[in-house]
Design a protein. Structure first.
Length: 319
């Protein structure tokens, strides 16, 4: 079944470059321009997009997912042979021995659910079972659209699977409520959560700051996105922080024929807006960052191919 909403993702190679703050302001700007959208925070290991959207904390819906498997010990079948320890069944150090009870103890945080203990134990005293791995929460924001966020439970290693399930839920809501846009705040880096976040997007923005570390890491995430053949746009944040770094990024964009959506200079109001839990476009609507972000959102507006009618955009406009 074809999806009738546009899927826009925003990622970064490293943390701390302003990805979430930019996502929040672009969502507000696109909403102000008539886009009926829903936002999703897929940075499930450190989610905070909902803070900038001033959500009231009372979820429309919340549920727990079991995307991780862990070992459990069955004491009744144990013969106390201690082979699980002496023969080192667990390569992750998740098994230790209780000398008082003469049975193994499982460290559920260290356990990877690899099944070695269940396969090697002669008494079949270990089982592998699904465990609660993360939460998905659907919240109502204060700026005219909802946000769906998720959070990994301590000890769960499958945050990529959690991102996939979160996106499925967000897509279902986008379809049911006939949204024009699903805007996704992705996690930093290039790991499984990032791959899950960028898969099947219509367009992906990479936020870079002019530093050697940010450019190095951005190149890596751009390689990941390119594997999916997704169009890529670049936003240079803190653009006047290091002129030489800005030139290096500009040359990289030119060499690889990427699209520069815009650049945003340093501004003292930006950390103030974050401290107060507001997108910069709402905190200081007349400032330079807000003006630059509105220009970028207008460019994005022209890229959003929708079947529904949007204010200011013809239904089948060629872009």
């Amino acid at each position: 079944m074809p999806e009738n909403y546009y899927k826009l993702g925003i990622v970064s190679g490293k943390g701390g470059v302003g990805k979430t703050s930019i996502t929040a302001s672009l969502a507000c700007s696109l909403s102000d321009q008539g886009i009926n959208l829903i936002a999703a925070d897929t940075d499930v290991d450190a989610p905070n997009l909902q803070i900038l959207f001033q959500t009231n904390g009372v979820p429309k819906k919340s549920f727990t997912l079991q995307t991780t498997e862990k070992a459990t010990f069955i004491a009744s079948s144990c013969s106390h042979c201690k082979r699980c320890i002496s023969e080192e069944f667990c390569s992750f150090g998740a098994l230790s021995w209780d000398e008082k009870c003469l049975e193994p103890i499982i460290d559920v945080v260290a356990c990877e659910g690899c099944r070695a203990c269940s396969l090697l134990c002669p008494e079949k005293s270990f089982e592998i079972n699904p465990v609660d791995s993360g939460n998905v929460v659907h919240l109502e924001g204060e700026f005219g659209f909802d946000v769906i966020t998720g959070q990994t439970i301590l000890g769960s290693q499958t945050s990529g699977k959690l991102v996939t399930e979160l996106k499925k839920y967000a897509g279902k809501i986008a379809d049911l409520e006939e949204k024009d846009l699903l805007i996704i705040d992705g996690p930093p880096g290039i790991g499984c959560p990032v791959i899950a976040a960028v898969a099947n997007l219509d367009y992906c923005i990479v936020v870079i700051e002019p530093s050697s570390a940010a450019l190095h890491d951005a190149k890596r995430v751009i390689e990941v996105i390119s594997q999916f053949k997704i169009p890529i746009g670049i936003i240079i944040n803190k653009s006047d922080m290091f002129p030489d770094g800005y030139q290096l990024i500009s040359q990289y964009i030119k060499d690889y024929q990427l699209e520069l959506l815009g650049d945003i200079p340093l501004d003292d109001n930006w950390p103030q807006s974050i401290a107060q839990g507001l997108p910069i476009i709402k905190f200081d609507p007349k400032g330079i960052p807000a003006e630059r972000l509105r220009v970028i959102s207008t460019k994005l507006l022209k890229k959003i191919k929708l079947k529904t009618k949007i204010i200011g955009v013809e239904k089948n406009e060629k872009i």
